[in-house]
Ligand binder design. Structure first.
Ligand SMILES: [Zn+2]
Length: 170
């Protein structure tokens, strides 16, 4: 299993090795990343999947994995997600990470996260200072189909993308 911490840290439960501890101190990885990486390793063992990172907002934790890895991480009938939900006391969603920051990739991510609401499109908006954010367009009638509160979805999506993401109902 590929993870943001090394194989030794993945298999242990205690303190991190100096290299991974440094990553944590520098903010390259989070406590949540470490926790999820170790839990996933316990559940999955040495399988060929990549855990990239995890983000959280409200009651939701989003686990970001490599291309094609969602079904293995979720497990048969969602059994791994059920175990993680029980261990962490939060709702869990597993999605494929972005390869690059493009409109298409953000739309795909939003589509995965917002299901069963459908995503109409994604716009880039430039603020007066030149800084950009993304606007995810959802049909007004789909507002009630969103699986989480708007603020929660905006927060997790912004954390994954690395730029502000706002939901806009059209
Ligand atoms: Zn380590």
């Amino acid at each position: 299993m590929k993870a943001p911490i090394c194989a030794v840290c993945l298999k242990s439960d205690g303190i991190l090795c100096p290299a991974d501890e440094k990553k944590l101190q520098e903010g390259l990885i989070s406590e949540l990343d470490v926790k999820i990486a170790r839990l996933l390793y316990k559940l999955l063992g040495d399988v060929d999947v990549e855990f990239k990172k995890a983000v959280e907002a409200g009651d939701l934790i989003v686990i970001i994995v490599g291309k094609g890895d969602v079904s293995i991480v979720v497990g048969k009938g969602g059994k791994n997600v059920k175990t993680l939900t029980r261990e962490l006391g939060k709702r869990i969603k597993v999605v494929e990470g972005m390869n690059e920051e493009t409109i298409d990739e953000i739309k795909k991510l939003a589509t995965d996260l917002f299901y069963p609401a459908s995503v109409f499109g994604v716009n880039i908006v430039y603020r007066p200072g030149g800084e950009k954010y993304y606007k995810v367009l959802i049909a007004g009638k789909d507002r009630r189909s969103l699986p989480e509160k708007v603020e929660v979805l905006e927060s997790v999506l912004s954390q994954i993308v690395g730029h502000d993401v706002k939901i806009s109902f059209i």
